[in-house]
Design a binder for this molecule. Structure first.
Ligand code: ADP
Length: 468
């Protein structure tokens, strides 16, 4: 344990620790008694900031965007699923249906892969100059910016993240990411390797072919950009499967990409479920490379399906349980705020969330008390409303899973100092929740909760240890 803390501490120190003189023993003692008061009862299950309760009772704000695309995008056309089936995509604020979306399955994946294969083998995309590919991507970035308001509104509506975050951070990051990869298109150099004798050894970088890409629901647009941007810049063609919870924004921006000049068949977007459309993509013999972002368990399935089919290479970006470490010389107020944002950002739905908060025993009581106060102040409500910091969780399944983790924290003896319950009686809102006195062996300290739950653990170390 000590070694883990030390290792984690050194990596986190540079990012998170802000030094300040240690608190005096007197103030630490005062904070400790405050903590005991809070911890002894562990009865804050129903304590919610007034703003949260009020927000949940309000009528949902009508998003300023129209849902234009609900079909699959195959070979440059919006088409129905081969089966004709559709599935509902839900508004996490209410659980009501936003739209019904074409439900792709293996036959649609076959059609999409065939289109991508044709576009790769015969189409202009891998053959045009890298500069032309770069220009298509740059035009796409411009179009994203031109349509930023609709794109952000769609993302907030389908996902539940705040509009402030979607419009203020994510859509600009998507445009920036696309421009970044556009810039790479004509800078992918080969190399000449030194060789013995009269030989010329040259390494050429070529596109792989048809890239299968599977993305999650927590950052649908950003994941779209991270996956599609580099694959297209390099001259590949793509079949992208979006997450079943958030199919809308990818269809919208994929249409913009065609408006920017992308040839047909180069990007195909199939909405649908993991075990059907997703698994078909992973197993497909016509897919040359897979890129997946999602949960660790699904990543294991993806890798297996790829191995059992054509051994296609796989890139995985999976879950985590990242430590956030607060040493005894930290500025506690600043550390509280940073730790709060590290775990609560995006409703806690981040693979890199700082979801294990380790706090040195000397500042622990003060830290817990202030973290509790900060969580109780967090504004939960309609993500379209100004000033809201936290919207609903993505869906009922995640919502229930998070509440089961909360129950497991209580059952295993951690002290619930804030939150712990739902907000309101509709949609998937959860109170910002803080556990103190967590121990390494507890589930809440070991497993990825993927929700607004902070787990605080106490550690001690002697200064000598950091010089080992
Ligand atoms: P979560 O559990 O957080 O929803 P998942 O890892 O299950 O995360 O989902 C991430 C993506 O993986 C989604 O697009 C989902 O449809 C897809 N997926 C889920 N199960 C499978 C599967 N068996 N094969 C391929 N893709 C899958």
């Amino acid at each position: 344990m000590a070694a883990t803390v030390r290792r984690a501490a050194s990596s986190v120190l540079s990012r998170f620790l802000l030094t300040k003189p240690s608190p005096s023993p007197a103030s630490a003692a005062g904070n400790k008694s405050a903590l005991l008061g809070a911890g002894a009862a562990a009865l804050h299950r129903f304590s919610t900031a007034p703003a949260s309760a009020a927000a949940a009772a309000e009528e949902p704000i009508q998003p300023a965007v129209e849902v234009k695309h609900t079909q699959l995008l195959i070979n440059g056309n919006f088409v129905d699923a081969a089966s004709g089936k559709t599935f509902p995509t839900l508004d996490p604020r209410t659980g009501e249906v936003i739209a019904r979306v074409a439900e792709g399955d293996s036959e649609d994946i076959d059609r999409a892969v065939a289109a991508a294969r044709r576009a790769f083998d015969e189409g202009p995309w891998p053959r045009m100059t890298a500069y032309e590919r770069c220009r298509v991507l740059l035009r796409f970035a411009d179009l994203i910016e031109r349509h930023a308001e609709e794109v952000a509104a769609l993302e907030t509506w389908d996902n539940g993240k705040t509009l402030a975050q979607a419009a203020g951070a994510e859509v600009p990051m998507v445009a920036r990411c696309v421009r970044y990869y556009a810039g790479w298109a004509d800078k992918i150099h080969g190399l000449v390797a030194p060789a013995d004798g009269a030989h010329h050894v040259q390494v050429l970088h070529e596109p792989v072919g048809v890239a299968g890409q599977i993305i999650p629901w927590n950052f649908p647009l950003l994941m779209f950009a991270w996956k599609v941007g580099p694959a297209l810049a390099c001259g590949n063609t793509v079949v992208l499967k979006t997450a079943e919870q958030t199919p809308l924004s990818a269809l919208y921006v994929a249409n913009l990409l065609h408006e920017a000049g992308l040839p047909e068949g180069v990007l195909n977007v199939v909405s649908g479920f993991g075990p059907t459309a997703g698994a078909a993509l992973c197993s497909h013999m016509g897919v040359d490379k897979l890129a997946f972002t999602g949960s660790t368990g699904t990543g294991q399935i993806v890798l297996e399906l790829a191995a059992r089919s054509n051994l296609k290479p796989v890139t995985l970006e999976l879950g985590g349980k990242s430590p956030f470490i607060v040493m005894d010389d930290a500025d506690v107020d600043q550390a509280v705020e940073l730790a709060h944002q590290a775990v609560f950002f995006n409703q806690g739905q981040c693979c890199c969330a700082g979801s294990r908060t380790f706090v040195h025993e000397r500042v622990y009581d003060e830290f817990v008390e202030k973290s509790k106060a900060r969580a109780l102040k967090r504004v939960v409500g309609d993500p379209f409303r100004d000033g809201v910091e936290q919207g609903p969780q993505i869906d009922g399944e995640q919502f229930n899973k998070i509440l089961r983790y909360v129950q497991s924290g209580v059952d295993s003896g951690a002290t619930l100092v804030a939150g712990g319950d739902r907000v309101g009686d509709r949609g998937f809102y959860i109170q910002p929740t803080v556990f103190a006195d967590a121990k390494d062996e507890m589930k809440i300290a070991r497993e990825e909760i993927f929700g607004p739950v902070q787990t605080i653990l106490k550690f001690r170390y002697t200064r000598r240890m950091i010089f080992f």
